[in-house]
Ligand binder design. Structure first.
Ligand code: SAH
Length: 502
């Protein structure tokens, strides 16, 4: 899709969960020349923007001087009149307490064309994620969206609290935390039952979502006690109590847990996505980076002569990727492996091979070098030419064992794992982590070196297997959980078991 030049799109970004952004919002963000965005947009909302797009923050933050509303309008007009396609990205829905109406009026007044892209509004989404249906056949046939933040000095917009109290249905208050006490009192004074169920939902649809359920009469005290802060939504109505049955988001196994992922950025996404799907808030703190070393003489030589090896052993998906790059650079392809027995250390490595048209002959059940040695027990390697293609800093268990059995082993280093310096933001976010996951000994060493005193010592440490656990202990830390299966799924399973226990 393309965005039209000279047009401003007033786009809703939804309440925070990136998965609730509409297809049209993502398409417009990807196409726009400029995006003017607010504070409360989902993480990664702008990830799909064009590299040359202008991204302008125009959000309002409590207590911080911000861009005035008139100025936002003026800048949108200016950008559109310069012939650009402009996305104005707002939290939730642009026309629900989003001042989208005012911006549309300013654009129309200046003769600038605009379109509106509705978003999932917090009143519906945060309620749904808290297990509260805003309408229900038995409880509520109507729902009202109300601002809880009316300026009492502004009589012309004053809410009719008596009328609201009589409203026959659910009341959903936006911006309602600060004046909750007064607003609840006004509803009760207007005749609303103080025993009516009421809930407050903080950061609805975000990984840290919290909900308190009380009654209209007790909610303000409960909110104070639990220190519920904006952005939060207040729901008043019998439907709020349905949450006792219908809550689901906060029941996911890792909800409310902050988990540090230390894998190299290129590998982290699968694990991070799985953890997020289980409810965790993921902090990506890559400790290592893969530096390819495929232009060394030893790798070039091995790749050019790949056909002579009777057994080729691969110990990681990165190894597979880089060996194939080296093979291609040598002017060969997968057929060069036709005569060889191919061994993969685990299913991830086997998958990487399969993607390149090679089905591994040997894959051990446990994914450590010792297990690969065992799995190769039936392969006659006496006098055979063997290639072990792996990382520079790997252990020598495999080549040593094969040599002992009479093989002629060439070991080539396809890549080096080097330390990645963590960003200050990620280090800060990691301080309150509940878990730190380690998927290799190099991640342990590099992260503990990089963080030093700032390692989150209260977090539980989850290790993928015995070799990684040993590195954790060598770093002076304790392993809380070790995966039974030494792969990513095994690591996640171990983490869930621990989280449900504690
Ligand atoms: N246009 C937005 C609302 C903006 S007003 C929408 O349609 O959702 C800002 C208020 O919205 C906040 O004070 C809070 O009451 C509510 N809000 C926004 N995001 C929220 C979230 N993730 N959880 C709970 N309330 C939220």
């Amino acid at each position: 899709m393309s965005a039209r030049a000279g047009i401003v799109y007033l786009v809703g970004a939804g309440p925070g969960d990136p998965g609730l952004m509409t297809a049209r919002s993502l398409a417009l963000i990807a196409a726009a020349d400029a995006v003017f965005y607010d504070r409360l947009i989902p993480p990664g909302a702008l990830a799909g923007a064009r590299e040359d797009a202008e991204l302008v923050y125009v959000g309002k933050q409590p207590g911080v001087p911000s861009v005035a509303q008139e100025e936002i309008g003026a800048r949108l007009v200016e950008a559109a009149q310069a012939g650009r396609s402009v996305v104005r990205l707002k939290g939730g829905d642009p026309f629900v307490f989003g001042r989208g109406g005012e911006e549309g009026e300013a654009l129309r007044a200046a003769g600038v064309e605009f379109e509106v892209v509705p978003g999932v509004t917090a009143g519906v989404a945060a309620s749904a994620y808290a297990g509260i249906p805003v309408t229900h056949r038995d409880d509520a046939s109507a729902v009202a969206f109300v601002t809880g933040h009316e300026d009492p000095e502004k009589p012309e917009t004053a809410l009719d609290w008596d009328a609201l109290a009589r409203f026959p249905g659910t009341l959903v208050f936006y911006m309602g935390v600060k004046r909750l006490d007064e607003n609840a009192a006004a509803l009760v004074a207007g005749g609303r039952d103080p025993e009516e169920p009421a809930a407050a939902i903080e950061r609805g649809t975000w990984p840290g979502q919290r909900t308190v359920l009380a009654t209209l009469g007790t909610l303000a005290a409960a909110v104070e006690r639990e220190a519920i802060k904006a952005p939060a939504l207040i729901v008043v109505g019998a439907v709020a109590a349905r949450r006792r049955e219908l809550a689901w988001f906060e029941r996911r196994p890792l909800h409310g847990r902050r988990v540090v992922v230390t894998r190299a950025r290129a590998q982290a996404s699968g694990l991070a996505a799985t953890l997020r799907e289980l409810g965790a808030e993921v902090v990506e703190l890559p400790a290592i980076r893969i530096e390819p070393r495929i232009d060394t003489d030893e790798v070039k030589k091995a790749a050019a002569a790949i056909g002579v090896y009777e057994l080729v052993c691969l110990t990681s998906p990165n190894g597979v990727r880089l060996l194939f790059e080296a093979i291609v650079a040598a002017g060969l392809d997968a057929r060069a492996l036709a005569g060889a027995t191919v061994a993969a250390i685990g299913p991830g490595t086997a998958r990487a091979l399969a993607e390149r048209g090679v089905l591994a002959d040997v894959v051990p059940e446990r994914f450590v070098a010792e297990a690969l040695v065992e799995a190769l027990a039936d392969v006659d390697v006496k006098g055979a030419r063997v290639l072990v293609a792996r990382a520079a800093e790997a252990r020598d268990v495999l080549p040593d064992a094969l040599r002992e059995r009479g093989a002629e082993v060439d070991v080539v280093a396809l890549y080096e794992t080097v330390r990645e310096e963590p960003t200050p933001d990620a280090v800060e976010a990691a301080q309150s982590a509940d878990y730190v996951t380690f998927t290799s000994s190099s991640t342990v060493r590099n992260l503990t070196d990089a963080l030093g005193e700032r390692f989150p010592s209260a977090a539980h440490i989850v290790s993928i297997g015995p070799v990684t656990s040993e590195a954790v202990r060598e770093a002076g830390l304790a392993v809380n959980v070790e995966a039974e299966r030494h792969d990513i799924d095994g690591l996640v399973a171990a983490l869930i078991t621990d989280a449900t226990r504690t």
